[in-house]
Design a protein around this ligand. Structure first.
Ligand SMILES: [Ca+2]
Length: 425
């Protein structure tokens, strides 16, 4: 039985999602905020809790109508609601259930097949089921999400890969943000997705990130380091008594400075006020999956407490490596050959008269000349013709002597011409 996610009953702030810019409504003693950004359902749930509310849980039609009116008057796009369905039952081809653990029971997990309820713009904002993935664009680093029957695929910018356009480097997983936030918000955002703001320790790590950033959005990114409050002096040289807030884990003072991989400094670290809004990179360790859902020997990895990433062996693709790539799709066999799909390869079955890996060779049956001495051989598409030499004794029944040999059919072609040899198919 599905268990719905519970939130503290003291919450009266109910929000649609994250990062508010106005668009706040009060209706029947509840306060609603519309998000500025598109997130996955999981991220949206976390974002609402982060700001002291919860993802909107629509219980009555007038509430839905009120929200629909607001959305239509603002950005007019689909919005997540609270409800998340159970993992749908997937069946093997023989009808037996596929043993994928439903992750709905766990408070903070979403399974690869979970679907969520969207106030769907394309359905006049009636609730509709959507894979939680693409509707919130789970693709980081500027990747593009494409929904498929068993999940989604991210088309990732160069330098990034993985299910969500993460970059895996030395057993760490990196994600580039979609948005610019203050250093404090960036720190919190990384923790929310199960990681931390990137803490660059080595130059090869910095170089790797610089390369990725240059290939994607090419803007400055926050790193983990936050400096102490700098000493400020009055005009007479005496120190200004500002309390340093660096010691407290979750506080930022008004004069704190943070370290930015600064685009204008060729991505060398540079000091900036922590309150500036910049993009950021989150990191997390790469961990094995539980359960391992990858098929056909795919290696299952997970990062940011997210759904599994399968590294598929050659010849397989799909979120779970469930699809045997059809290597025949490009019709590689020539001259009417039949393509037989294999794992990471194919075999061409050639029409008679052709050979070669791609059936690209038109067989020359006259090389070497199989005809009697002094006869002329004429290569045919299938088989060959032996032509009687000029001045030879007239005859029309050359095949009586079985000149083609076993495995061949002989065909007399008439007086003074000769015979055809055709391979038995
Ligand atoms: Ca194949």
């Amino acid at each position: 039985m599905a268990k719905r996610r519970l939130y503290p009953t003291s919450c009266i702030l109910v929000v649609l999602a994250f990062c508010v810019v106005g668009a706040t409504a009060v209706h029947n003693d509840k306060c609603y905020r519309q998000s500025r950004d598109a997130l996955s359902h999981k991220e949206a749930s976390a974002a609402c809790v982060f700001m002291g509310g919860q993802l909107v849980d629509i219980k009555q039609s007038h509430e839905q109508q009120m929200l629909t009116d607001i959305i239509r008057n603002t950005n007019d796009v689909s919005h997540w609601t609270f409800i998340k369905s159970e993992t749908p039952t997937l069946l093997h081809i023989d009808g037996s259930p596929m043993s994928l653990q439903s992750s709905w029971m766990a408070e903070d997990m979403y399974g690869p097949f979970d679907i969520c309820v969207l106030l769907d713009r394309d359905q006049s904002y009636k609730g509709d089921f959507h894979a939680y993935h693409c509707a919130g664009n789970p693709c980081w680093s500027g990747g593009t999400c494409v929904n498929g029957p068993t999940g989604y695929t991210c088309t990732c910018p160069s330098g990034t890969s993985g299910q969500n356009c993460e970059t895996v480097h030395n057993d760490k997983c990196y994600r580039q943000s979609r948005d610019a936030l203050s250093h404090k918000e960036a720190l919190a955002a990384c923790v929310f997705m199960g990681g931390q703001l990137v803490d660059i320790k080595q130059s090869h790590e910095q170089q790797m990130l610089t390369d990725i950033i240059r290939n994607t959005n090419d803007v400055s990114h926050w790193t983990f380091i936050k400096s102490e409050t700098p000493t400020l002096l009055h005009i007479d040289g005496s120190p200004m008594s500002l309390q340093s807030s660096w010691m407290a884990e979750d506080m930022y003072g008004p004069f704190d400075i943070c370290v930015l991989l600064d685009r204008d400094q060729s991505y060398k670290g540079d000091f900036h006020a922590c309150t500036e809004q910049h993009n950021y990179v989150c990191e997390s360790p790469v961990t094995p999956c539980h359960p391992d859902v990858c098929q056909h020997g795919g290696v299952c990895k997970s990062c940011f407490s997210e759904s599994p990433m399968c590294d598929c062996p050659p010849g397989y693709t799909g979120v779970f490596c469930e699809t045997d790539i059809n290597e025949c799709a490009s019709n590689p066999c020539q001259n009417g050959g039949t393509c037989l799909d294999r794992v990471n390869s194919y075999v061409c079955a050639c029409r008679i008269g052709f050979d070669g890996d791609l059936c690209e060779n038109d067989i020359d049956y006259c090389d070497p000349n199989p005809c009697p001495t002094s006869w002329t051989c004429v290569d045919q598409v299938v088989g060959f013709h032996c032509e009687v030499p000029h001045g030879a004794k007239a005859a029309s029944t050359f095949c009586m002597a079985s000149p083609c040999g076993p495995g061949w059919t002989c065909e007399d072609t008439g007086l003074r011409t000769g015979y055809n040899c055709i391979p038995v198919s």
